[in-house]
Design a protein around this ligand. Structure first.
Ligand code: FES
Length: 345
């Protein structure tokens, strides 16, 4: 198709009924805006991840992208200050014989706000060095009222063993100490709206889940996730993290990009009460979907059963249990053995 032709977008009468309409000029998406009877047109694709601008909403003179909320002026196409260097292509509009015509060729080029690529968007490559084991403790706890955690105690035992037996580098991440946003559910708008790096990570440099992404995607050969059982499930913090990890798995579906390769995941699950196997099943499934390999017997668990409400006794039991500490060490042995095999490939 010729690039400078005028597209008949439809009648003024019908187009006046909605503030935003998507008009196609060949393969080019255009957002037509009508405000107070005046028409203007800009590119129908957002600068960020090509979100469909015409499906957004108006906020004053700005169109808000429906995917992650970037805003552009309806007439100039410039992004909202302080990002006004960024600009969408604009298209000329005129009315004739009761119809709206849009020039297919834009009158300016798309301009992006200059910023360096996020560090998480670098290539995934294992840095040389000894085996590396990351532990993620997902138990919620008040900072001002710290308490003994059965799952975190066993995780600490596991990491200490990884270091002493295998000379592993270890890293303990306590999710409760990180400030991070819950998932925005962008995947539920459109699978392409769930990006890598996560959009929250890109847009908020203070979001601290970067520490988890760094460990899972780049640093660790083995990841051990420890959780308490809360009402038959993993902890609320575990799920807050898991939802933000959707962007890792989503890259496989979108473009076949495997961010997690040749890494091992194992789990420590403790509850004063029951449901170890169910929690393990869900965690194994999820981390498998992210791309982790599971060693044989990839979890250890502890629970004294539904009726055991005497939690102080449970804490004392785990604290003094040689068997559970041995279980944690054996878990590490299996995970590291599997990781070593994978690293030989
Ligand atoms: S804000 Fe438009 S695609 Fe992300």
């Amino acid at each position: 198709m010729k690039s400078d032709i005028w597209i008949d977008a439809g009648t003024v009468k019908s187009l006046k009924k909605q503030r935003l309409s998507e008009i196609m000029a060949g393969n080019t998406r255009i957002a037509l805006i009508c405000k107070n009877g005046e028409f203007s047109a800009v590119s129908g694709e957002c600068n960020h991840e090509k979100g469909p601008m015409a499906q957004g909403r108006m906020e004053g003179d700005y169109i808000v992208c429906p995917w992650h909320g970037w805003k552009y002026h309806r007439e100039t196409g410039h992004a909202m200050p302080p990002f006004e260097i960024a600009c969408l292509p604009r298209h000329e509009v005129h009315q004739k014989d009761g119809h709206i015509f849009i020039k297919s060729k834009p009158s300016n080029k798309r301009a992006h706000f200059p910023h360096p690529a996020h560090s998480l968007s670098r290539d995934v490559k294992r840095a040389k060095g000894p085996i590396r084991v990351a532990g993620i403790s997902t138990t919620p706890m008040s900072k001002s009222l710290p308490r003994y955690s059965t799952s975190e105690d066993l995780l600490n035992s596991a990491l200490a063993h990884a270091h002493s037996k295998f000379g592993a580098q270890t890293r303990l991440i306590k999710l409760r100490e990180l400030k991070f946003s819950h998932c925005g559910g962008f995947y539920s708008i459109d699978e392409k709206a769930c990006t890598w790096p996560c959009t929250f990570t890109q847009m908020d440099e203070k979001d601290q889940l970067t520490e988890v992404y760094e460990a899972l995607v780049f640093w660790a050969d083995v990841v051990i996730i420890a959780t308490p059982i809360r009402w038959g499930n993993a902890s609320s913090l575990y799920y807050k993290m898991a939802e933000r990890l959707n962007c890792i798995e989503n890259q496989i579906l979108l473009s076949g990009k495997k961010l997690i390769k040749d890494k091992v995941a194992s789990f420590i699950i403790t509850g004063g009460q029951d449901n170890v196997q169910s929690v393990a099943g869900l965690m194994m499934m999820f981390f498998g979907e992210l791309g982790f390999q599971l060693p044989q017997q990839s979890f250890i668990g502890h629970s004294r059963g539904w009726a055991a409400e005497d939690m102080a006794n449970n804490a004392a039991l785990v604290k003094s249990s040689g068997r559970l500490k041995k279980d944690a060490r054996d878990l590490v042995d299996r995970a590291v053995d599997t990781a070593r095999e994978l690293l030989k490939r």
